[in-house]
Write a protein that binds this ligand. Sequence first.
Ligand SMILES: [Zn+2]
Length: 464
Amino acid sequence: MVRKIWSLSFIAFVLVLTSFLPVQSVSANPLSDIPDRSSEEINYLIQRGVIVGFPDGTLKPKDPVTRQEAATLVGRALELNGEKRSTIFPDVPKASYASGYIQSAYDQKIITGYPDGTYQPQNHITRGEMAYLISKAFSLTSTSGTQYSDIPTEGALTTAIDKVSTAGIANGYPDGTYQPGKSITREEFSLLIARGLNPKFKVGGTDTTPDQPIGEKYVSTSILNVRTGPGVSYEKVGKLSLGTKVTIYKEVGDWCQISYNGTRAYVHGAYLLDKLKEKRVIAIDAGHGGYDGGASANSVLEKEVNLAVSKKVRDLLEKSGVEVIMTRNDDTYISLDGRVKHAVDNGADTFVSIHSNAFPNNESVSGIETFYSSAALNDRAYKSYKLASFIHDRLVEAMEMKSRGVKDVPYRVIHATPLPSALVELGFLTNSSDASKLGSTYWQDKASKAIYLGVIDYYNWIDK
Ligand SMILES: [Zn+2]
């Protein structure tokens, strides 16, 4: 998609911008007044949608940056949530184009207000304020004792200025001053953002020590995209799989900078966990099999429905990283105790048996019922009840069938076992409506998805 960003005004563009931008290419008209000395950095930001020109096609590089513009630029660079909303500051109403970015930057502790609680969005941002903002936005930690003649020898401002100087993002004037009260131009601010985002633009920094990792985490999703920068508009350079350990060097907004194939790259922090989740192993038990066909009515045979649904459940669980032990994969007879033993011997932590129901003398009986057995030691009974309930609720909703309830009945496969266990009855083959659903691929898919979601609900509950 080509966005004609040049034809939109700064404010109009922000109004249509909600949370983040898709990858975009840039139209042929460069802004007319980009200074040569900073064109590489400014074009880098333009390509990422961080900088937008004025309607007349200019950048106005010498204009000062207001505090609301600063929050917006940083918010776009870090792909914070820019959706307009109420803010903590009385002088930044929801209707303000910058309200979303100002609140997001405040939430991330990147910006603060004045002692009287206001933000003063129209004030020009000063070089001192900018040092705070940039050091927070890019999580700068290294200091080197950088001193300027017009800055106190210690204090929060001194530390912030030391950090941006040490990182090679900002520096002082040739006369040895920093001039913290001076406002900053659009060109200068752009350079700072570009240097924060991409180390290749850094200048004159004294930070020669290799940066230290701040921690290690684990990938919590089946596929996690790795990108060149802290946002979805940056190029994908690879993927990480569930459980991969990553070393983190810094956090930029919601993103984490990690080491990847000998270089640095970014992943979204929402998909990282402090510790690896326990590997989940579930036994899926397709009821009956072989000479034991189970129930049979309305041309539907129970053992076939059970196996078809069980295999679909297996595929869904395996995709989300759960290991599945099948008690049977084909039309074989296995004893009830043999099913439990197979699950336990293969390290299953949970057992789900899948059946279809029958009520030969009354074809009006219909609906879903799910069983657990409370007659057991330890916490297995309550876990079994929760497992049965999560699956039952998902099934009733997905199958559009009557709920016959979650019931405590000591069926052998869910009773004589150390595992939290549930037995599902998908519906009544003796009821023509239930039977036609259970015989169709469409409804078998729905049942499988529901059982899968119920199992995930259960595991999420266990993990809490
Ligand atoms: Zn059965």
